[in-house]
Design a protein around this ligand. Structure first.
Ligand code: CO
Length: 170
């Protein structure tokens, strides 16, 4: 377990499709542990392997709040539904936040660290985080999907509104 350096945009490793995982070994387990440690240390809710310089189809999502850690190896989107516009950020783009339209619902098929297949359905911000990370595995970065840049001061207001139950953004 280790906290790794986060690769910031621009970097070639962030903009190329990642390789499929073939070996479900200790190296993969360590990569997943390192991803989670690095994400938690950076207060992120998701991180993908290319963000720590490893061009493989591995990502982690953890919204906190007592939710389970989602470990995705070779994830594939099998269904989407609905649409929602919300504010997003990315650990590889410090200080950049913007509104991005994504499906409200997603179903994925992926593998666990031991190689077993699983299916997962998610909605709302969890679906958004999963889709953001899968984009990373395809070399797609969220800045290309931003429809409106949100100033961090505005973002803080969003947060306050959410605390007051008036808003719906993160
Ligand atoms: Co990101």
């Amino acid at each position: 377990m280790a906290i790794r350096e986060i690769i910031k945009h621009p970097a070639r490793v962030l903009e190329q499709p990642c390789d499929e995982v073939i070996h479900f070994d200790r190296k993969l387990a360590k990569l997943l542990d390192d991803l989670h440690d690095t994400m938690v240390a950076s207060e992120g809710i998701g991180i993908a392997a290319p963000q720590i310089g490893e061009s493989v189809r591995v990502a982690v999502v953890d919204l906190g709040e007592g939710d389970d850690i989602i470990e995705m190896v070779n994830p594939v989107v099998t269904a989407i539904g609905g649409k929602e516009i919300e504010v997003e950020g990315c650990l590889s783009f410090p200080g950049l936040y913007g509104e991005v339209e994504r499906p409200f619902f997603v179903r994925i098929e992926a593998q666990e660290r031991d190689g077993s297949l699983y299916e997962l359905e998610a909605e709302d911000y969890e679906a958004r985080a999963i889709l953001h990370e899968i984009d990373h595995l395809n070399g797609i970065l969220f800045d290309s999907k931003i429809i409106r840049v949100v100033d961090p001061s505005e973002f803080e207001e969003y947060d306050e509104q959410e605390v007051n139950g008036e808003g719906d953004a993160k």
